[in-house]
Ligand binder design. Structure first.
Ligand SMILES: Cc1cc2nc3c(=O)[nH]c(=O)nc-3n(C[C@H](O)[C@H](O)[C@H](O)COP(=O)(O)OP(=O)(O)OC[C@H]3O[C@@H](n4cnc5c(N)ncnc54)[C@H](O)[C@@H]3O)c2cc1C
Length: 373
């Protein structure tokens, strides 16, 4: 989110300084692990679809500028029983927004995509525009764009404290002190440390991803295996075709339900972590039930309703609080960069971000029309 915001702000002529405590593209936060799903049929709520359309356009524009592929289209499957949140929410998004899609029975899913082993009673939405982004490459591309437009990016410099001043903000870092008219906080799982009063609505949670050895590589190739979200009885899983590194990559939303702190995150993959993932691999993807080839620990930063936060700080209007995560934010980075630039420069944006206000947690207002389905 930080490099995307910097790219958009610098491209519009703003003087931008980025502080990154580690290095660009590191593996200590929420944006590593080679792939992130991007999908247009949005089971979380149809109101995200206009943002997604713009996110797709901006990713394509960034790719063209960077001269490398960042977004790989595989199609996206949203699978579950009829009545499940993933299947019904995805279909609702398609119908409300006129998205191209097909509804498949479990049998049709198996016939079209032979890596799947699933019962006839399953149902799936197949939306052809979905696919995956390469997160580390996306970050570097946004950073390169920001630098080309004059932004200064300070790697290895930690923001320690901020305070408001009559002219804006003053920040103290591990290296120095800076003043600025505005501060955009995009610290991911570290937001709570910088905003203790808001920490309760930005809770980091441990996740573990696994790459499992595949026997039939053709069935798990990007051309044959759409990215997916699957509401299974074992949990809600998401997965990817084999790409860049051997193995079928799978994760489970809210993995083992472990709140964490970013500086003490347990990065090891324990037998219980592997078992939580293998439960779905064995049952639904027997052709990938090989050895665990690779794993990665990562963090969600969850809000209570799992929708994003993009808002001004209630007591410090010069500070923007930007936390679009709850496990589904990466695909939005490109459009979040545009939104942040709009807010910094005009204090308004044409995008509808009314659902992402902080006040919903204090005032008790429902975040989106109808709430989460
Ligand atoms: C396992 C996993 C799978 C996911 N899958 C998907 C998916 O398929 N699709 C999708 O759209 N989303 C997905 N997400 C969610 C998505 O990855 C996140 O929403 C997104 O990466 C959040 O980006 P961010 O910029 O807020 O956080 P980060 O990328 O973690 O960036 C925060 C940055 O702030 C820096 N920082 C923190 N504190 C300071 C400080 N004090 N001073 C200086 N720098 C600081 C950190 O070092 C870090 O680089 C997934 C997340 C995880 C963990």
């Amino acid at each position: 989110m930080g490099t995307a915001a910097a790219a958009h702000l610098a491209a519009r002529g703003q003087h931008v300084r980025v502080l990154e405590r580690f290095s660009l593209g590191h593996d200590r936060g929420s944006s590593h692990g080679l792939t992130r799903i991007i999908r247009l049929a949005y089971f979380e709520h149809p109101a995200y679809v206009p943002l997604l359309r713009r996110a797709f356009e901006l990713w394509r524009a960034l790719e063209a500028r960077a001269g490398e592929q960042l977004l790989h289209v595989t199609g996206a499957l949203d699978v579950g029983a009829e009545g499940s949140e993933v299947f019904e929410g995805s279909r609702r998004s398609c119908l409300e927004h006129g998205l191209t899609h097909e509804v498949l029975t479990g049998r049709a899913l198996r016939e079209r995509f032979p890596a799947w082993h699933i019962g006839d009673d399953a149902a799936a939405v197949l939306q052809p525009d979905g696919g995956f982004l390469r997160p580390e490459a996306c970050i570097l591309a946004h950073a390169a764009r920001a630098r080309q437009a004059g932004a200064q990016i300070h790697e290895g410099e930690t923001l320690l404290q901020w305070e408001t001043t009559p002219g804006g903000v003053r920040v103290r870092t591990s290296i120095g002190v800076y003043e600025a008219s505005q501060l955009v906080l995009t610290a991911g799982a570290w937001m709570g440390a910088l905003l203790p009063d808001l920490a309760s609505v930005m809770q980091p949670e441990r996740q573990v991803l696994g790459w499992f050895g595949v026997t039939d590589h053709a069935a798990f190739a990007p051309s044959r295996f759409p990215v997916f979200v699957h509401d299974a009885v074992e949990g809600r899983y998401y997965g990817f075709p084999e790409f860049e590194t051997p193995g079928f990559k799978i994760g489970r939303y809210h993995h083992r339900g472990e709140p964490t702190m970013p500086d003490t995150l347990d990065r090891a993959c324990h037998p219980e972590d592997e078992a939580a993932l293998r439960a779905a691999v064995t049952r639904y993807f027997p052709g990938a039930d090989g050895p665990l080839l690779r794993s990665a620990a990562c963090m969600f930063t969850n809000t209570p309703d799992e929708h994003f936060i993009i808002d001004r700080h209630p007591d410090a209007p010069a500070v923007l609080v930007v936390s679009p995560c709850s496990g589904h934010g990466f695909k939005f980075c490109s459009v979040v960069g545009e939104i942040v630039a709009d807010l910094v420069m005009r204090d308004a944006t044409a995008h509808d971000i009314s659902a992402f206000r902080l006040a919903r947690f204090t005032a008790g207002a429902p975040p989106l029309p109808g709430g989460r389905s």
